[in-house]
Design a protein around this ligand. Sequence first.
Ligand SMILES: [Zn+2]
Length: 79
Amino acid sequence: MIRVSLTVLIFIYLFLFLAAIFGQWLWNDLRRKRRENRAVRHRLRCTICSCEFQDDTGELLPRCPRCGSLNERFRASTL
Ligand SMILES: [Zn+2]
């Protein structure tokens, strides 16, 4: 039988408990970031009129629905 003192047992218990909470937090944070990236993947902002619009076509230069200018595809900032 393995002899373990009470303090070591408490330390092991707390360490495993905190490790589980930390792991769950990392997993949820990763899932949240993936979901946010998926939500804003096709969202664009026009550089001329600042209109935000959705473009699912996959064109290299999507056209703004409000002013008609061509926009480069770069990620819209999320605040
Ligand atoms: Zn525009």
